[in-house]
Write a protein that binds this ligand. Structure first.
Ligand code: ATP
Length: 320
């Protein structure tokens, strides 16, 4: 239910290309510490990869006269994705070529399913996908550790898109440790009209906190959340979901409160804004419950559309 249907697909192998599938993420816990002198915040970030995938295909360039790295985007809100140097997949391919020490060429095709500017790290997913696809296309054979280092320079969410599963990030998000989890969790994502800019949401978070004049504690991992993940206890996980950016996202998009309330009223075990929003994430009791929740959320008019997904899933992986 979470894939676009009716799209005509040319097998990438027939074109001599390499296709990589990369998951979206939801933050199960996003604890934002006080604003630091350097303008950043210390974070504790529990990332969870879910089965909403973008696909990145890298092929030998069709037009030798074009730039070294070209990009085309199809699918979910494709027209909102920049096509030049600002595209994170293009930046990733260039960073990989630079790390390998010479000029390489590739045409990138991104099939988007992850909502753009939706708080699910779609751009970071595409960057991770481009790293894995170009590493293969160019026959570089760089190990995952090297790709992780290049990924970390591209953005704080890119290493997790490579890693997948469930992981905890600390510091500015640069230290990433995989977490043991049990079982599969069933999710519904309510996609919203339009996007939210991540820097703007952090700015609003700082503004709300300054206005409240209350101290902001150092971020710490939630023990109940980690225990729920270890034991696969969906009810406990639902109760423990926490996002410090949620008040800021709701302040910028007050309509999202209705979306969250609707999911809670339909029996979601937990309801949170995903990352910086505006996508809302709901934890369901089962696959059936998720399907029902998605249908009823979409029908109730509190979101643009609703999709189901499971987590955790693996990170960026070659499609055979
Ligand atoms: P995060 O959760 O990491 O804050 P997000 O999911 O809210 O990110 P993205 O979809 O990653 O947001 O994109 C944020 C912005 O990055 C977009 O508005 C777009 O202009 C730009 N961008 C650059 N490259 C891409 C890409 N390949 N896909 C989507 N957006 C991209």
């Amino acid at each position: 239910a979470n894939r676009h249907v009716g799209e005509i697909r040319t097998p990438s192998t027939a074109l001599g290309g390499v296709t990589v599938r990369v998951p979206a993420k939801v933050n199960l816990q996003l604890a934002v510490g006080p604003l630091r002198e350097d303008g950043y915040h210390d974070l504790v970030n529990v990332f969870h990869a879910v089965s909403l995938f973008d696909e990145v295909t890298a092929t030998e360039p069709a037009d030798p006269g074009a730039g070294p790295i070209t990009v085309k985007v199809l699918g979910e809100s494709a027209d909102e994705v920049p096509l030049g140097e600002d595209n994170l997949a293009v930046r990733a391919a260039k960073a990989l070529a630079a790390a390998a020490g010479r000029t390489y060429r590739a045409d990138l095709l991104i099939r988007k399913t992850i909502p753009v500017a939706g708080g699910m790290a779609g751009g970071s997913a595409d960057a991770a996908g481009a790293l894995v696809a170009c590493n293969e296309l160019w026959g570089l054979g760089l190990p995952r550790e090297d790709l992780m280092e290049i990924a970390a320079d591209l953005g704080s969410d890119v290493p997790f898109a490579l890693l997948g599963g469930t992981a905890i990030g600390t510091g500015r998000g640069e230290r990433l440790t995989p977490l043991e989890t049990s079982g599969t969790f069933h999710w519904v994502f309510a996609l919203a009209e339009g996007g939210l800019s991540t820097p703007r949401v952090y700015g609003e978070c700082d503004r709300l906190r300054a206005a409240a004049e209350a101290g902001v504690p150092e971020p710490a991992a939630s023990e109940p959340l980690l225990a729920a993940l270890r034991t696969g206890d969906a009810e406990a996980l639902g109760r423990a979901l926490a996002n410090d950016l949620q008040p800021a996202a709701l302040s910028l998009r007050p309509d999202l409160a209705r979306t969250l309330d609707a999911g809670r009223a339909l029996g979601a075990l937990g309801a949170i804004v995903s990352g910086s929003g505006p996508t809302c994430a709901f934890l369901a009791r089962s696959g059936e419950h998720a399907a029902e929740l998605a249908t009823r959320l979409a029908d109730s008019g509190v979101c643009r559309s609703a999709v189901t997904a499971v987590g955790p899933v693996e990170g960026a992986a070659l499609v055979p």
